[in-house]
Design a protein around this ligand. Structure first.
Ligand SMILES: Nc1ncnc2c1ncn2[C@@H]1O[C@H](COP(=O)(O)OP(=O)(O)O)[C@@H](O)[C@H]1O
Ligand SMILES: [Mg+2]
Length: 313
């Protein structure tokens, strides 16, 4: 079964292109991460894919259904947790779950079982009798996400679900989602937190200003964009002729800093490092400390977003 196929999605608000020509292929049974800074177009994309707003142009197939022609068919089979809070102030936590189950026509016995399970998984037991309006933002968010699991679905859309959650609640949610995917669920997950996307997702699309900058697995993104390493060398003492000694080395950017400490950036770090060490040894310059740090996914993400924000783009 297919997950999501979208082609040339556009959505403009007036003259602002919030979504500017997006293609998506989300494989069923996977977690697809939609990663981008504030205002990138993540929520707009989710609203279009979940049939809440129509695109200005483009085609969308969700679970094999044409989502523009048959939005109601799509809605029956998906779950959606939007970014904005949604709760009934006077309802208790357990009543919220119960009511959601009823809305989805879940039988009484299943409702009971599910809500108990969710109260346990989402750590809501202590607050189960408390009204939504008396909850903290993070607690409300947990209820908002938990109640979506009262019904069955093939595809779940989550728009920044961990905002306001403490680290434990965050990790619990991510692990719960991972387990759900093992039972066949497909998840479309937006976040601006890179470590989350890396931990959770099989595939990540990086979006900025309504355009997708890259789509790949976290590992491939690292391999494609992250060959570069930063090498730092600390010398035992100051050497003023370093820049002269190392001037013949290519394929890198060397920063001589204070004269006792050099940083080198290169995508051929092994070659460059061995050349530098050889020169240092030949000149009797002793090294006190040395490190080579691979570029992180975070560096890649920030660089991609920065490049796409550059004026000539
Ligand atoms: N209803 C709206 N009316 C006008 N502009 C909007 C509306 N919704 C979103 N936008 C604009 O569209 C762009 C994308 O917003 P959004 O999809 O919410 O981004 P994200 O979820 O990635 O933060 C932003 O520039 C935002 O200001
Ligand atoms: Mg958003």
């Amino acid at each position: 079964m297919s997950g999501i196929t979208a082609r040339s999605l556009h959505k403009s608000y007036g003259t602002i292109p919030a979504v500017d020509g997006i293609d998506l292929d989300v494989r069923s049974g996977h977690i697809f991460g939609f990663l981008g800074p504030n205002g990138a177009g993540k929520s707009t994309t989710i609203k279009i894919l979940t049939t809440l707003i129509p695109p200005t142009s483009g085609t969308i197939e969700v679970l094999g259904i044409d989502a523009i022609k048959h939005p109601l068919e799509v809605r029956k089979r998906i779950g959606v947790v939007l970014q904005q809070p949604s709760y009934e102030p006077n309802l208790s936590v357990e009543k919220s779950l119960e009511k959601y189950g009823m809305m989805w026509d879940i039988d009484r016995k299943t409702r009971k079982e599910r809500s108990e399970e969710l109260i346990d998984v989402f750590d809501l037991n202590e607050i189960r009798k408390r009204k939504n309006e008396d909850l903290s933002i993070g607690q409300r968010r947990r209820v908002q996400v938990a109640r979506e699991f009262m019904h069955e679905m093939d595809l779940l859309f989550l728009d920044e679900p961990t905002v306001g959650l403490d680290p434990t609640a965050r990790r619990n949610l991510l692990d719960y989602l991972k387990n759900k995917v093992k039972t066949g669920l497909t998840i479309f997950y937006t976040t601006h937190v890179l470590t989350e996307a890396e931990y959770l997702c099989d595939e990540i699309a990086v979006i900025n200003k309504g355009k997708i900058l890259a789509v790949d697995s976290p590992n491939n993104l690292k391999n494609t964009f992250g060959q570069e390493k930063t090498i730092t060398i600390h010398l035992s003492e100051r050497h003023d002729n370093l820049s002269e000694l190392l001037s013949g080395i290519t394929d890198c950017i060397i920063d001589f800093n204070t004269g006792t400490n050099i940083t080198i950036q290169s995508s051929k770090s092994e070659v460059v490092l061995s050349q530098i060490l050889q020169i240092l040894i030949e000149n009797n310059i002793s090294v006190e400390d040395l490190s080579a740090i691979p570029t992180t996914l975070e560096d890649i993400f920030l660089k991609m977003v920065k490049d796409s924000n550059a004026p000539n783009n």
